[in-house]
Write a protein that binds this ligand. Structure first.
Ligand SMILES: NC(=O)c1ccc[n+]([C@@H]2O[C@H](COP(=O)([O-])OP(=O)(O)OC[C@H]3O[C@@H](n4cnc5c(N)ncnc54)[C@H](OP(=O)(O)O)[C@@H]3O)[C@@H](O)[C@H]2O)c1
Length: 224
C-alpha cells in the first residue's frame, strides 16, 4: 500500500472511530470537551505497546510519562496491574504521580540505570539511546518496547539476545478492537487524556512549534 493510501485510509478510519467515540461518550457519560479528540493515536500507541506484554504485578518503566504517549501508557500499565515507574523532569513529577504512577525519576538529576534493576518491561518513548540504556535495567527474559526506533540496531539486538530480552519496535496501526478498548476505558474512567493546550486552526504553526519543543505535557489539540 502506498504511503498516501495508508495515511488516507488511516485518517478515514480514525475519523469514523472518532465520530463513534464522540457520539458514545457524549451520550453515555459527561466527559470534558476534547476527551475523545485527544484519545486517538497516542493512546492507541500506548495500548499496542503494552497489551499482551504487561502482567499483573510487573515492574514497568515508562519513559516520559508526561508526554502524549507516556501519559496514556502510565494509566494503561496501571490498569493492567503493573507497578509503574516513570521519568520526566521534576516539574512534571506531580502530574505523573497523579496519573497513578508508583515512582518517579527525574532524568535530569538521576540516571535511571543507577536506581533500577529487574524491570519486566521498559517502554522507550524518547530516543534510541534511551532504549539502549534501558536494556541494562530490564530483567533477563523481559521486554523492551520502543516507539523511537523502527529497526533494532544490531548491537542492541546482540545485547538483548545475551539476556533473552525481547526487543519490539512499535509502529502504531489502526485497530478497531483497540479503539473499543480505549472507549471502554474512557467511559469507565480508568483512562483520562490530559489536554494541556487547545489551538485553533489559524494557530496550527504555534501548535507545531509547541509539539516540536518536546516539553508539552499530555496532548495538545487543534480545533478545525
Ligand atoms: N512509533 C509510533 O507508532 C509512534 C506513535 C506516536 C508517537 N511516536 C513518537 O514517539 C515519540 C514520543 O511522542 P509523544 O507525543 O509522546 O512525545 P511528547 O508528548 O512530545 O513528549 C514530551 C514529554 O517528554 C518528556 N521528556 C522529554 N525528554 C525526556 C527524557 N529524556 N526523559 C524523560 N522524559 C522526557 C517531557 O517532559 P519534561 O519537560 O519534564 O522533560 C515532555 O513532557 C515522538 O518521537 C513521536 O514521534 C511514535
Amino acid at each position: 500500500m502506498s504511503v498516501d493510501l495508508f495515511v488516507q485510509s488511516h485518517l478515514q478510519y480514525s475519523l469514523k472511530r472518532l465520530l463513534l467515540l464522540q457520539a458514545l461518550t457524549d451520550c453515555v457519560v459527561e466527559l470534558p470537551k476534547f476527551y475523545c479528540l485527544a484519545t486517538t493515536l497516542a493512546a492507541l500507541t500506548a495500548l499496542q505497546a503494552l497489551k499482551g506484554r504487561v502482567n499483573k504485578g510487573d515492574e514497568v518503566l515508562i519513559h516520559a510519562g508526561s508526554g502524549g504517549v507516556g501519559h496514556f501508557a502510565v494509566q494503561i500499565a496501571k490498569k493492567l496491574g503493573a507497578h509503574v515507574i516513570s521519568t520526566s523532569s521534576t516539574k512534571n513529577r506531580d502530574f505523573i504521580m497523579n496519573l497513578g504512577a508508583d515512582e518517579h525519576i527525574d532524568y535530569r538529576s538521576q540516571s535511571f540505570e543507577q536506581v533500577l534493576t529487574d524491570i519486566d518491561l521498559a517502554f522507550d518513548t524518547v530516543a534510541p539511546d534511551i532504549a539502549e540504556k534501558s536494556l541494562n535495567v530490564v530483567r533477563n527474559g523481559g521486554h523492551l518496547v520502543s516507539i523511537s526506533m523502527m529497526d533494532v540496531p544490531a548491537k542492541v539486538q546482540e545485547k538483548a539476545n545475551e539476556r533473552d530480552i525481547t526487543v519490539t519496535p512499535i509502529l502504531v496501526r489502526s485497530n478497531g478492537d483497540d479503539m473499543d478498548t480505549l472507549r471502554d476505558m474512557l467511559i469507565e474512567g480508568s483512562l483520562k487524556p490530559h489536554v494541556s493546550k487547545v489551538f485553533d486552526f489559524q494557530h496550527l504553526g504555534d501548535a507545531h512549534i509547541a509539539i516540536e519543543s518536546g516539553r508539552t505535557v499530555g496532548k495538545i489539540v487543534v480545533t478545525v
